[in-house]
Write a protein that binds this ligand. Sequence first.
Ligand SMILES: *[C@@H]1O[C@H](CO)[C@@H](O)[C@H](O)[C@H]1NC(C)=O
Ligand SMILES: *[C@@H]1O[C@H](CO)[C@@H](O)[C@H](O)[C@H]1NC(C)=O
Length: 325
Amino acid sequence: MKLDTYNITSMMATTSSSSSSSSSRRSSSSSRRQLLEPLCSPVLVVITILVLSVVTVPINGYISSRPITTTAFARSKLDGRTSSTSSLLMSSSSSSSSSSKYKKIFVAGGSKGVGHAIVTKLSERGTEVVALVRSEKSKKELDKIDGVTAILGDAFDQKGVENAMDGCDAAITTLGGTTGDRRVDYEGNNNVIESAGILGVQRIILLTSIGCGSSKEAAPPAVFEVLKDVLEAKEKAENILMDYYTNSNWSIIRPGGLVSEVMTGQAILTEDNKTIGSIHREDVADLVIKVLDSTNTERKILSAVDPSITSSVAVEGKVIPAFEL
Ligand SMILES: *[C@@H]1O[C@H](CO)[C@@H](O)[C@H](O)[C@H]1NC(C)=O
Ligand SMILES: *[C@@H]1O[C@H](CO)[C@@H](O)[C@H](O)[C@H]1NC(C)=O
């Protein structure tokens, strides 16, 4: 099985309880989700666990101090868009309720996970969103959200990305993973960055991961080895942004291990490049929206973790200096 960001973040993810494994989680749009769909079958789940355990055991060992149960694992494989949607419904809205100085935001990667949570939260506070999506199904689903226009397109197609972004005054990209044999982590993100440059969209937020660039040492070596290709591809996109877009108001956000649970509201950003830990997808989305409107975060690279989540990778008792938004 190919390791891609989606699978890896799922592997890195842990669940604190085996609460509701609702059937709604089965509805899916991305082809990757469809690939994972058959794994819902209990028999296949067991097989998959056996196959993947070689990789997941060391990662989960680092990321979580809690044992991974079969339920938790199967659940984490299927989380993403639908589960983050349900957690959005369950939680009260975030603190990002004031309106933004940006009126129309382009989001790449909005069909699932953190990207989807960002789209929903922007909509909740009345900001217009243009979301670039790959499948008809995602388009249909996102178009139903207030103020969201989903545009069918391919992140590998620079011109298509540019056309979709035209008219937006900020761009957020959470792209990651593979389509066929191509990894979108560098190419897709690079197309978003390049399009923003061409169109003069000055506010760009790129979501990567702890373990990229200056945060390399934060990732335990075993985790880094497994995620190496993904991290290096994301790092390349980071470098393009930092090296060539010096006049843009970019921000790079590097979340730790992603978990799909209801937001805690306790997550923080930090400039400390040695920080590692876990964070719920919805908290990442909440922070990204705060970053959008914070001029302090312009041309900054920030790691995002949740000190309130128990995580064996996090250095116990370490005080993480929180970045002032
Ligand atoms: C970018 O930042 C500069 C100063 O840091 C500011 O003058 C400018 O208005 C910002 N542009 C946008 C689009 O936020
Ligand atoms: C981490 O951050 C510190 C302080 O800003 C900096 O001196 C150091 O070079 C960074 N580490 C890496 C690997 O870039």
